[in-house]
Design a protein around this ligand. Structure first.
Ligand code: DC
Length: 231
C-alpha cells in the first residue's frame, strides 16, 4: 500500500533552516523540493543586472515578461537548482548583493503575482515541499501539512555566519544581523502576502533541536497527515 502524496508548506523567518529541513524531507519522502525564495532571488538578480527601477511598474512588467524561471536537478548534490533564462544561477543568487535587495523586490505586487502563479502550477501533482514566506497562506492554502519555522534571532545569525564563513564570504556578524533584521521587518510588514503563521500551521521552534531531531518530529507529522488521508 502506498501512502497518498501530499503538499507540505514550510514558512518562516530568514535563516531558520527551512531549506535544510525541506531538503532532508524531500530525500526521505522522494518528493520534489522547491525553494520559492530562490525564485525571488533570481528575479532580483535579473533586475540588478538590467538596472531595473524598482519603482517603475511599466519597466518591472517588461522585465518580468523576459524572465523564464526553471529548476534543474543537480545529481551531485541532489538538489533542485534555480535557472534564470536557462542559466544556472543557484550560487549567484546567494550573493550578498542579491540578499540586500531581495526583500524589496519580493514586496512588489507584479513580482509576487508572477512567482505565485508558477508556484501554484508546480503543486498540481502534489508530492511537493515548498518553503518560503507565504506558502501556507497564499500559494497552497489547501496544503495538508503546514509548518511555521522559527528560531531565536541570535541562533539564526550564527547559523548564517557559519554558512557564509564556510563559503569564504567576508562578512561580519553585525552585517549579517543587520541584513536578517531588515529582511524580517520588510517580509512581515509588506502589504502583499506578508510573512505570518497560517491559522492551521504547526509551529516548529528549532532553536534547541539538531537536524536529526527536527526531521524526526516532522516525519511524525507527515505520517499523521498521510495516514489521515487514507481514512
Ligand atoms: O528564503 P530566502 O531567504 O531565500 O528568501 C529571499 C527573500 O524572498 C526573503 O527575504 C523574502 C522573499 N520571499 C518571499 O517574499 N516569499 C517567498 N515565498 C519566499 C521568499
Amino acid at each position: 500500500m502506498s501512502l497518498q502524496k501530499i503538499i507540505i508548506a514550510i514558512d518562516g523567518y530568514s535563516s531558520c533552516g527551512k531549506s535544510t529541513l525541506a531538503n532532508e524531507l524531500a530525500k526521505r519522502l522522494k518528493y520534489n523540493y522547491i525553494d520559492s525564495g530562490a525564485m525571488y532571488r533570481a528575479v532580483t538578480l535579473y533586475f540588478l543586472r538590467n538596472n531595473i527601477d524598482f519603482t517603475d511598474h511599466g519597466e518591472i512588467l517588461n522585465a518580468i515578461a523576459n524572465i523564464h524561471l526553471t529548476f534543474q536537478f543537480n545529481e551531485l548534490n541532489k538538489q533542485s537548482e534555480i535557472c534564470l533564462n536557462d542559466e544556472n544561477v543557484a550560487s549567484l543568487v546567494r550573493d550578498m548583493l542579491v540578499s540586500e535587495k531581495v526583500s524589496e523586490v519580493a514586496a512588489i505586487r507584479e513580482v509576487r503575482s508572477f512567482a505565485v502563479a508558477q508556484q501554484k502550477r508546480m503543486g498540481k501533482k502534489k508530492g511537493i515541499i515548498m518553503d518560503g514566506r507565504d506558502i501556507g497562506t497564499t500559494v497552497f492554502p489547501e496544503a495538508e501539512l503546514k509548518i511555521f519555522m522559527t528560531a531565536e534571532p541570535e541562533i539564526r545569525v550564527m547559523r548564517r555566519f557559519k554558512e557564509m564563513y564556510a563559503k569564504n564570504e567576508h562578512i561580519t556578524i553585525d552585517e549579517i544581523r543587520h541584513n536578517l533584521e531588515l529582511r524580517d521587518y520588510i517580509d512581515t510588514t509588506r502589504d502583499e502576502s506578508p510573512l505570518k503563521q497560517a491559522g492551521d500551521a504547526i509551529l516548529l521552534d528549532n532553536s534547541n533541536l539538531n537536524k536529526e531531531e527536527q526531521l524526526n518530529i516532522v516525519m511524525e507529522w507527515v505520517k499523521q497527515k498521510t495516514v489521515n488521508q487514507l481514512i
